[in-house]
Design a binder for this molecule. Structure first.
Ligand SMILES: [Fe+2]
Length: 371
């Protein structure tokens, strides 16, 4: 049996002003937004709301301690609605703040606290990658466990995903590159997941087409063209969120999490470090079904033969972001065994979605090849 769910209502606003007029944010509302974004896009808004500048709590990837610190700042103030305006870190965090009880965070992630939502949640993405606005997943680094873990529960769905392309206009190139790469990987991993259906593949393919088309334009026109493409990249990211929210991500994300947590590598960059090698590994084991169809789709989009798609794709992606070997992030050889153990023992939720099962030796060999 398969279910296909698009839970949050998707609202598109043409500007921040239109959003402010529509939602009347004020008393008993909590707004999570960076100081810079507020100054630039919402200079006269949120006066009566509880506003948290999350940049004061987090500089990179999200952790359980960040959640506990923000929780302390919110204190006992009465909150009915939560508006999170930001990248995946803050959208994932906001999903927890919408719960009746979420502390201690490690108990929530261990299943010892039942997630129960008791506030309205509105997620407004300002990058074009995580798709978090559409999923029921919150991903955090649990500092005691030294890896990132995902909590998936329907109580984490937002009520509305609000898309405001204007908010992406000042996205620094590095964030554009890493977030859009993450979205492409969401679309591709969900396409080849055993949980994929005809419904999820519509959204995977839509995202892949938009992102590859955008990357090809950037390859020929240069980076200055990016602002004209952001509306498409934001839509692609949301499509990919719908796809992986239903069909799941897999080994690329699983292998990426120990690196991301240990070396604080941005999520999309860390995924890119593993992406092509994981797909070459799949292809070396089996090439029928979804992988065969994916290669045909990519061949059409890239203008090459199916046998050359991963070479061509890597060439296109290198233009967006240069892949580094693991030692360049400070990884040492003995880390590879422990990363492999983390993947095999803690990332079962993702590894269950692999196109073909990958055993311990195969996972270790991917790490070794990329070292
Ligand atoms: Fe991701």
């Amino acid at each position: 049996m398969n279910n296909f769910l698009i839970k949050p209502k998707i609202v598109t606003c043409s500007s921040a002003d239109e959003f402010c007029t529509a939602y009347h944010i004020g008393k008993e509302d909590l707004v999570l937004v960076s100081g810079n974004m507020r100054k630039r896009n919402f200079p006269n808004a949120f006066a009566d709301a509880v506003v948290i500048d999350y940049r004061q709590y987090v500089t990179g990837e999200p952790t359980d301690t960040m959640i506990e610190d923000i929780r302390q700042s919110i204190g006992n103030q009465k909150i009915n609605r939560i508006f999170a305006i930001g990248g995946g870190t803050i959208l994932d965090a906001a999903k927890l703040f919408a719960l009746k009880e979420y502390s201690p965070v490690d108990k929530l992630f261990a299943g010892e606290i039942l997630p129960q939502k008791d506030k309205k949640l509105f997620l407004i993405p300002t990058t074009c990658g995580t798709g978090s606005e559409m999923t029921n997943i919150s991903i955090l680094e649990l500092t005691k466990n030294k890896t990132k873990l995902g909590l998936a529960n329907d109580a984490l769905f937002a009520d509305e995903a609000i898309l405001i392309p204007e908010l992406l206009q000042n996205l620094p190139y590095q964030f554009f590159a890493t977030s859009s790469m993450d979205a492409l990987i969401h679309a591709i991993e969900s396409y080849t997941s055993p949980k994929a259906t005809d419904f999820t593949r519509v959204f995977s393919v839509g995202a892949i087409e938009k992102i590859i088309a955008g990357y090809k334009v950037i390859a020929t026109e240069g980076k200055n063209i990016i602002p004209t493409l952001l509306k498409d990249f934001l839509a692609a990211s949301t499509y990919a969120g719908i796809a992986f929210g239903n069909a799941g991500c897999a080994a690329v994300h699983a292998l990426s999490y120990p690196l991301g947590a240990a070396r604080h590598v941005p999520h999309g960059e860390s995924n890119y470090a593993f992406f092509i090698e994981v797909y070459k590994t799949y292809a070396s084991i089996r090439q029928d079904g979804a992988l065969c169809q994916l290669k045909q789709l990519l061949a059409k989009l890239l203008g090459c033969t199916p046998s050359m798609v991963f070479v061509e794709l890597e060439g296109l992606l290198e233009n967006i972001m240069q892949r580094k070997n693991l030692h360049e992030y400070g990884v040492v050889k003995k880390d590879l065994e422990s990363y492999t153990d983390i993947v095999m023992q803690k990332q079962g939720r993702l590894m269950a979605n692999n196109y073909v099962p990958l055993d311990r030796d195969t996972v270790l060999s991917i790490y070794q090849k990329l070292f």
